[in-house]
Design a protein around this ligand. Structure first.
Ligand SMILES: Cc1ncc(COP(=O)(O)O)c(C=O)c1O
Length: 334
């Protein structure tokens, strides 16, 4: 196999690879459509798993190569990316600062103390809960403090989504290619929850580099204006093309963003998402979360139900993780 950009980049191993690719037989039968295959990135092996493990292998590789002893990153209060970064830093022996913005209104008393916040604390991260309008000033102040303390700080953007982090999902595209061959899957459609765009850009870049005609459908779970997500995916694709091999950037038609499943916005579960979570739990013994993967699951179920995949034999749903947040959404299920 020829060398690809994601083979060459320094990487700090954090996960168990490849993650399994499994059929959801009972759910697929219930829906009467194509076979749904779930890529189990909720089982990456790092502190309850999730899609950030892939990105963090490359990002920590870069941080360590740069001589960093401290990492700072950003997210919402219940950020899975923050929890995974805390775990990755613990494993690499780096100090970790998480700047968490209070951007979701929740009446659940555990929202600011349970779920990922509890896990981040257990993983030894310094957690800074900040109002969204104060993020910029707070970050500047914290950077100065760390600098004055002699720390070499490496900044990871929200969601780990830059050209380096997104390489993790280009590698995932290659894993999917190999697993599809093993299972005899017709790999043409991939669906996943999309927010900071690194997962989607990495997959599109990877499939493009492998010359595989696969449609990657990003289910917008974050942006009130889906055009922002599409633009961010395109920018990341361009950054990846510029950084690695000067490969051609994506065909403009090939970035698919769906906005139909976001409901009232980021962190606000929809009825369809809650129903989808219960359905997968009951039929497959598989847990999804109400912020990210559950909305992608709801989208998959709905798209199959309305016949959007007629003539397609297999659909791959990437389970990007997020289940630790289930515990702070108990009221939504009551
Ligand atoms: C569980 C989960 N799924 C999906 C996503 C979206 O991935 P990306 O930010 O790469 O678009 C995230 C991002 O935080 C996440 O935590």
């Amino acid at each position: 196999m020829s060398t690809k950009p994601w083979h060459d980049h320094s990487r700090f191993t954090l996960g168990h690879w490849p993650t399994p690719l499994e059929p959801l037989r009972r759910l697929s039968e219930e829906l009467g459509g194509p076979t749904i295959w779930v890529k189990r990135d909720d089982c990456t092996g790092l502190a309850i798993g999730g899609n950030k493990t892939r990105k963090l292998e490359y990002l920590l590789g870069a941080a360590l190569a740069a001589g960093a002893d401290t990492v700072m990153t950003f997210g919402a209060v219940q950020s899975n990316h923050a929890r995974q970064t805390a775990a990755a830093c613990a494993k690499a022996g780096l100090q970790c600062h998480l700047v968490l913005s209070k951007q979701v209104t929740s009446s659940d008393p555990a929202y600011e103390t349970g779920g990922n916040v509890l896990l981040g604390k257990l993983l030894g991260a310094h957690q800074h809960l900040v109002d969204p309008e104060q993020i910029s000033d707070y970050t500047k102040h914290l950077r100065t403090q760390l600098h004055d303390a002699g720390k070499q700080t490496y900044l990871i953007p929200a969601g780990g989504s830059n050209a380096v982090g997104a390489l993790g999902y280009a590698l995932c595209a290659e894993e999917l290619q190999q697993q599809s061959q093993q299972h005899g899957i017709n790999l043409t459609k991939v669906i996943h929850a999309s927010s900071s765009a690194g997962t989607q850009a990495g997959l599109v870049f990877g499939f493009q580099q492998l010359s595989l005609p696969v449609d990657v459908l990003g289910i917008n779970v974050y942006h009130s204006d889906p055009a922002q997500l599409e633009q961010r995916v395109r920018e990341l694709l361009q950054e990846m093309s510029d950084s690695y091999n000067g490969a051609p950037s994506s065909d403009p038609q090939k970035v698919y963003v769906n906005h139909a499943y976001i409901g009232d916005g980021y962190g606000q579960p929809t009825i369809e998402c809650l129903d989808a979570i219960k359905m997968a739990a009951g039929l497959e013994g598989l847990l999804f979360d109400p912020v990210y993967s559950g909305k992608a699951l709801a989208a998959t179920i709905d798209q199959i139900t309305v016949g959007a995949f007629s003539g397609v034999s297999d659909v791959v749903l990437i389970h990007t993780g997020g289940t630790p947040a289930l515990n702070v959404y108990s009221q939504a299920f009551s």
